[in-house]
Design a protein around this ligand. Structure first.
Ligand code: PRX
Length: 635
């Protein structure tokens, strides 16, 4: 029997040691016992971080949807697979059993095939959190098409960039979406974006809001009609373990988003294994992750990980504040949720509201709580622990990334004693290292450094779509033979890890990973703007917020500053989406630059955080006088 379900700390250490001593044996035992393969692998692992190249379970054949759906049909056919809670609480929740999911995914997959989509084709999914989002993801996987889900909060131009980057042949969207009391015209955003995408041949449209929309002749098709005509059986495409499963974009330090490519076999094994251990899922549990499927958390821990374990996974269409701030807790009570996984930013926002919103509901079904996406501060941790978990639910603070595909550092409930703000221990198979700025590993405890991973794990991204050089440069060039995460971390006296935040030009705002470069690119396109620099600063709900320093062109000098600020945020909304808007904008005459012309962001970060001293040596700057001016005008 392999070590699929960890029960206590001693067992964790045993399993961890085994996983590091012989990773190939460790993962092949798990893969063999807990998954359905059409053919076994010839080779467990082939890797070379200098290329970089990583291959898991080479030669194996499988289809991930057989693992997520078909193999549960005999024993769990009538069990609820997806429990969908709509935006408006007066609308009925929808329970989709494994049998029904099988039929709906099969029909959808047949529709895709009938519309000319086949193995290896890229399909962009731009949908709200409705069942069709999960179903279309699975339908793509069923036929071997590569899904690229774009979060439905992204703007038309961000959508177009992603569609073009992956040369998607098809877009799946809806007539609109409901979010709180807002209705969003998703199809209008798609129409706008597609003006700049020649690769898209067809657009499938799901009906959700029933609003009148434009349907482009020869391109746009209502999904419902096709589904009804399609067969409810669809033979899965048999994939190689290393065949692409999906692309998911994340921000980087240049304007272009990075399309992280994940493959079938290793991703399946790792997302399912981590789901099982971190959420300790038992057969009657109702598991709820509040993320959007547009992010990696939704891919791995709403869709693939839970379904591969035959779990009931909740999907929520709405927002935590609608119709009031008790919505999350109302849903927990209504569906008797047992595991609840959310972002620290949501906890901080809800902790600001009246406690009655929480205490009014019966949360006694909860067993395990989780957080993801950003560091959780001590206050929020305690609020969550005391008021939601009633001091009886272990909190798993899970650290990972779009690139890692699955959770890397996290407590195992009932095994790892938790400490607020610590993600604690690496999962089996994960070998973290802390590095100093000279490229040397810092060994021992009570140290801090740049967080790297020394050895491959099954669900790591294999490349950046269409740009392997960028993949190597971004993740494998800073430290020899190491995957560099971009995060800083410390290791305490007992070996627990605490993630201290990004050490690059990415800022985590409300749990969203935002590169500053694409935002600067967007602002710089404004006709009145000459140059800009964006940095993060601490914010009590969002974790970090964005501060923009903007130099105007001569034409902008006479303009009203508050109108300009609005236009700049509008510009960002159009290019990226409202999530990237700036909280503060300061107009400046110059930016502190080194003699080689590089902006000294360290100084800007200090000023944005409210510090007016301790800037280090500024005498080497090209324009040291500008620092005083910026300090004086700081908001
Ligand atoms: O900085 C880390 C932060 O989020 C980054 C990854 O963002 P993304 O790819 O969007 O994936 C988010 C969901 C997995 C990381 O590099 N981060 C994520 N989880 C934590 C975290 N920082 C601290 N603690 C965490 N638990």
């Amino acid at each position: 029997m392999s070590s699929y379900h960890i029960k206590n700390l001693e067992e964790y250490y045993q399993i961890y040691r085994k996983s590091v001593r012989d990773p190939e044996n460790f993962w092949s035992e798990i893969a063999e016992e807990h998954f359905l393969w059409r053919k076994k692998w010839d080779n467990v692992l082939n890797w070379d971080f200098s290329k970089p190249e990583v291959k898991w379970f080479e030669g194996a054949k499988l289809n991930i949807t057989e693992n997520c759906i078909d193999r549960h049909l005999l024993t769990k056919g009538d069990k609820v697979a997806i429990l969908w809670e709509p935006n408006d609480p007066s609308e009925q929740a929808v329970k989709i059993t494994y049998k029904e999911l099988h039929e709906r995914v099969s029909r959808f997959a047949n529709v895709l095939r009938s519309q000319g989509i086949g193995k290896g084709d890229r399909v962009c999914i731009y949908l709200p959190m409705i069942p069709e989002l999960a179903i279309s993801v699975l339908a793509c996987a069923r036929i071997g098409a590569v899904h690229s889900v774009v979060f439905a909060g992204f703007s038309s131009s961000a959508l177009a960039t992603r569609i073009n980057d992956a040369s998607c042949k098809m877009v799946i969207t809806s007539d609109g979406s409901f979010r709180g009391n807002k209705v969003i015209d998703l199809k209008g955003i798609v129409d706008e974006g597609l003006k700049n995408c020649d690769c898209v041949e067809k657009v499938l449209v799901v009906k959700r809001t029933e609003h009148d929309i434009h349907m482009e002749k020869g391109r746009d098709i209502w999904l419902q009609d096709l589904l009804e005509a399609a067969s409810p059986e669809c033979a899965p495409e048999i994939m190689d373990a290393e065949d692409p499963l999906f692309i998911l974009y994340t921000s980087g330090s240049t304007g272009r988003p990075k399309g992280m490519l994940h493959t079938s076999g290793g991703y399946m094994v790792y997302s399912a294994y981590t789901f099982k251990n971190i959420f300790q899922y038992k057969d009657d549990d109702v598991y709820w992750c509040t993320a959007d499927i547009g992010w990696i958390t939704g891919h791995s821990y709403i869709v693939y990980g839970p379904l591969a374990n035959g779990a009931t996974t909740v999907m929520f269409e709405g927002v935590p504040s609608f119709p009031d701030f008790g919505r999350f807790w109302e849903i927990v009570e209504k569906h008797k949720v047992t595991q609840f996984y959310t972002a620290p930013t949501a906890i901080r926002a809800l902790a600001k509201e009246n406690l009655d919103y929480v205490t009014k509901y019966d949360l006694s079904s909860l067993k395990i709580l989780g957080t993801v996406g950003e560091p959780i501060n001590e206050e929020a941790w305690h609020w969550y622990n005391d008021n939601v978990g009633n001091n009886k639910c272990p909190i798993v603070d899970t650290w990972w990334q779009t690139e890692t595909g699955g959770i890397m550092i996290s407590p195992i409930p009932y095994a790892t004693p938790t400490i607020p703000t610590f993600a604690t221990l690496p999962l089996p198979g994960i070998q973290p290292a802390l590095m100093d700025e000279h490229g040397k590993e810092i060994k021992g405890n009570l140290v801090s450094g740049r967080l790297c991973i020394k050895f491959p794990w099954p669900s790591m991204a294999r490349t950046i779509w269409g740009d392997h050089d960028r993949y190597r440069d971004t993740y494998f060039s800073a430290f020899k033979n190491m995957y560099f995460t971009g995060d800083g971390a410390l290791r305490d006296a007992v070996g627990y890890y605490r993630i201290t935040g990004r050490v690059d030009d990415v800022v985590i705002v409300s749990g969203h990973n935002l590169g500053t470069a694409p935002i600067e690119d967007a602002i710089n396109e404004h006709p009145a703007v000459a140059e800009s620099a964006i940095v993060g600063f601490p914010h009590d709900v969002k974790g970090n917020a964005l501060y923009g320093f903007v130099i105007l062109k001569e034409v902008g000098e006479s303009r009203d500053r508050s109108n300009l600020s609005k236009e700049i945020n509008q510009q960002i909304t159009e290019h990226i989406g409202p999530i990237a808007k700036l909280d503060k904008i300061q107009f400046v005459s110059g930016l502190p630059k080194t003699r080689s012309g590089k902006i000294m962001r360290r100084i800007l970060r200090k000023i944005a955080s409210g510090s007016d001293s301790d800037f280090g040596d500024i005498s080497t700057l090209l324009n040291p006088e500008v620092v005083e001016e910026i300090k004086q005008g700081a908001q």
